[in-house]
Design a protein around this ligand. Sequence first.
Ligand code: GLA
Length: 379
Amino acid sequence: MVTVAPSAFSRAAELHRSLWGDPALVVRAPGRVNLIGEHTDYNDGFALPMALPFDTVFAVSAGDGSEVEVVSEGFGSVTIRPSVRGHDVPAWALYIAGVIWLMHESGIDSGGWRAAVSSDIPAGASLSSSAAIEVATALAVLEQRSLAWPPIDIARLGQRVENEIVGLPSGIMDQFISAGAVAGHASLLDSRRLTLTPCPIPNDVKIAVMDTGTRRRLAEGAYADRRDACRRASELLGVAALRDATIEQLGALRADHPVEWRRARHVVSENERTLLAARAMSDDRSRELGVLMRESHASLRDDFEVSSAALDKIVEEAERAPGCLGARMTGGGFAGCAVALVESAEADGFGEFVVAHYAHDDHAARVWICDASAGAGRA
Ligand code: GLA
């Protein structure tokens, strides 16, 4: 088992020092794991994410002129011109440039600055590494301008970058929890009201994040495809969003629109499960929460069809481990990580069990036992 040793902070600060001297400002934004409520956020529905003890960190200082110079550990360097939306930047830098361009367009001149960037969030692993970059970039600009934005405004900006600049039609969950999480808590996201309601993680359980070692490839098309199917289902049902549909109503789709029926059945049942899960969590009913997570995985695998052989395998092994109350894939799906709810007393052995029993092609599992972190801020 790999234990969490957050060190992006010291690496980013050190990188800054080696290039430009001491940073004037250090900001961090965490990745997330979603406990339940998957593919619901773009249906105006509910989710229950928490922030991870893995951060993306920007060590920042003022620069000359009007350009932003970013050096990212492992990726290289880029110069961003805030007023020239769409100028050529490498793919990894698009998340940073997108935030800077959109902020500039909305009248927030970021001026010239420079940043050294490090991250402890595995990329492409469904732990929202890109949302964390967006949120950290926005904070770097806001802090330098002495502006304080509520988490939802930061989140919406990050979502616009995904939707308008990167071209992924994702929802609000990842950026919102990265910006607005509360330490020690997951948060019930209501994607229509745009609220996060903190729910304490029960003391008798731990959250385990399990990496299958597989990474997303071309899955973005499948994400957009699921989103389209949900839109078609809500149009056929005559509701504003699938949040407004009931299981009883869905029967009308079954004969003529079997795909839309199954996609909608996942979303409608997942919303119910998520509300039950938030209540179970607040009442310390951990076993019930675990059962709901297990049901969520089956629904994502069979009805929404966004799991994968590797995700199914790691969930299966987790379910066999002593002390596991429930496990499921997390995030967009197709690859990356799963999440398990584990009795605290069994948490150490849990990771070892999953690592010993999981193998998929050449991939080995990594397991982290994670406390829920606070949302983004100055480090
Ligand atoms: C990705 C998206 C989120 C959400 C999840 C699935 O993480 O960025 O908005 O839709 O997939 O729940």
